[in-house]
Design a protein around this ligand. Structure first.
Ligand code: TAP
Length: 499
């Protein structure tokens, strides 16, 4: 049934205008050398617009602005409740412009606009509100001392924070870093992914409208090897918060080691297991959760449940139901109502995924659904939902992050074997487990080495709980929850001898 209240996004897309310049010291500016790069709509391969291509010289200007803003305390010096008010205004503005931001996100990323509106935008808004509300409720400490001494343990902002963002949830991850960093009084310089810069620039307009002072929030547009590296190596950037691939995460440790030993926070990739035990009865809700786990956001999700570990006793029934259910996830135009899987981010990434599918077949995996590029006539980059059976945990498709709608099915016959396979990975971001047995639920969730374990659902939790990885999925702390504030603060001890 057509939703008559739903905006006609295809019509709106024709009239959508984009902010395309970097945002430095409260102004939108061209790159110093005037260069630009194109950004493409992955749904049809057409150029959307050109964006300022900044480099190290522009980073220099942004860092100077952020440092000046931090040092004169125009933001850090405000009472926490003042910063809270500004961030709440920002959240309200993002909410007011949610449909436009969802449209920009969909055009730039390829995700269904309805997903952006139902998931990415509410998530970004909630993130801004949660951390804004937290900041005037976080208390510092005093320690037990003799009566002639006072000792205070206080939280201070780190200073200038660089944030380097991936393309899969551009606005939601931008909010995840912006909210706690700004709430704590830091100045921020963001480098969005080159493929998905547009929603961040629209967000910057709203930051200015919310009254956050110039220089406190900056966006330097451009490429990772230039802008990202310059931020990573800059001696006046005190903290670098990165979300992206494990491979690039390593660079940031190197940049920090070779420069000022800045604090580095890494939220990286995953190869998360979804484990189905033999005691489950009703398979339909499990099948629905497994599909969300690997198909939502085209499978371009760091915590995607990309390895299905299934007990041999339920495997036949489960796979039958799974194949039927996957067929209901329509791949289509991201702006059309009913599309559940949109376009992949770009041609290169699509070809990487097709390369993994080929490797899966060559190494002995058996495709039981999908496996092909589709909708080629649109000019966009689409792959159908794909399931591989007969996968061993040593195959490439079980070890490497595919970051697409491709599920690898691995069979086990005991709880111990399931735990061993689940943990046999360099990653440790997330896991999900389906069981009716309380003892199994508890035992397995404690034994799995991952930052988030969901039982009888696929979930990353919400703002109230920490998110981050074990092993090569993360380093340097946790996002979300009060722990996110630890990432962007230093702890200072003040020791006072009374006279
Ligand atoms: P990456 O290729 O790692 O890119 C992420 C960011 O790093 C982009 O802004 C990129 O710039 C920049 N970058 C690339 N090379 C760089 C370099 N040499 N020096 C400094 N910066 C550099 O990741 P992606 O493809 O955008 O995103 C997918 C990955 O992110 C997956 O591995 C996924 O698991 C991970 N991810 C993790 C999480 C969490 S919370 N753990 C959440 C989302 C995504 P360009 O745009 O110019 O390439």
């Amino acid at each position: 049934m057509t939703n008559t209240l739903r905006p006609n996004f295809a019509e709106r897309a024709k009239a959508q205008r984009f902010q395309t310049r970097a945002f430095i010291d409260g102004r939108f500016v061209d790159a110093l050398d005037g260069k630009t790069f194109t950004t493409v709509n992955p749904a049809n391969g057409e150029v959307l617009t050109r964006i300022a291509e900044c480099d190290a010289a522009d980073v220099e200007v942004a860092v100077a602005a952020a440092k000046a803003a931090f040092e004169d305390r125009r933001w850090a010096g405000l009472a926490p409740k003042e910063r809270k008010r500004a961030l709440l205004r920002l959240a309200d503005l993002v909410e007011q412009h949610a449909q436009e931001l969802a449209l920009i996100e969909s055009l730039d990323n390829g995700k269904p606009v309805d997903d952006a509106l139902a998931a990415d935008l509410p998530d970004a808004i909630e993130t801004l509100r949660w951390h804004a509300e937290a900041i005037d409720k976080l208390y510092d400490q005093s320690s037990p001392t003799p009566s002639d001494l006072v000792s205070l343990v206080v939280r201070e902002p780190v200073g200038v924070v660089g944030a380097v963002i991936p393309w899969n949830f551009p606005l939601a991850i931008l909010a995840m870093k912006t909210a706690p960093a700004l709430a704590g009084g830091n100045s921020l310089i963001v480098k969005p992914a080159e493929q998905t810069t547009l929603s961040a620039l629209r967000f910057a307009e709203l930051v200015a409208e919310a009254g956050i002072p110039a220089g406190v929030f900056n966006i330097v547009t451009g490429f990772g090897e230039t802008v990202g590296q310059a931020l990573g190596r800059h001696p006046d950037v005190d903290c670098l918060s990165f979300t992206g691939s494990t491979e690039v995460g390593r660079y940031f440790l190197k940049y920090a080691a070779e420069s000022n030993l800045k604090k580095v926070i890494l939220e990286l990739g995953g190869k998360s297991p979804a484990i189905v035990m033999d005691d489950v009865d009703d398979l339909q809700p499990i099948v629905e959760q497994l599909a969300i786990g690997i198909l939502f956001s085209q499978g371009e999700n760091c915590s995607a449940g990309s390895r299905l570990l299934v007990h041999e006793k339920v495997k036949g029934r489960l796979l039958e139901a799974l194949v039927e259910h996957f067929k209901t996830w329509t791949v289509g135009d991201p702006l059309v109502e009913g599309t559940r899987i949109g376009a992949l981010i770009d041609e290169k990434h699509m070809n990487n995924i097709l390369g993994y599918i080929k490797a899966g077949v060559e190494e002995g995996g058996r495709i039981i659904l999908g496996g092909q590029r589709i909708r080629q006539e649109t000019g966009g980059y689409y792959i159908e939902p794909t399931i591989f059976d007969d996968v061993s945990n040593q195959m490439t498709i079980a070890r490497e992050e595919i970051f697409g709608p491709v599920l690898s099915v691995i069979t086990f016959s005991s709880v111990e074997e399931a735990i061993a396979i689940a943990n046999d990975t360099p990653y440790g971001l997330a896991a999900s487990l389906y069981t009716n047995n309380l003892h199994t639920a508890h035992k397995v969730s404690r034994a799995i080495r991952a930052g988030t374990v969901s039982v009888n659902c696929f979930s990353e939790g919400d703002q109230s709980v920490p998110f981050g990885g074990f092993k090569q999925s993360g380093f340097g702390g946790r996002e979300k929850s009060f722990l996110a504030h630890d990432q962007y603060s230093e702890v200072k001890t003040i020791w006072i001898q009374l006279k």
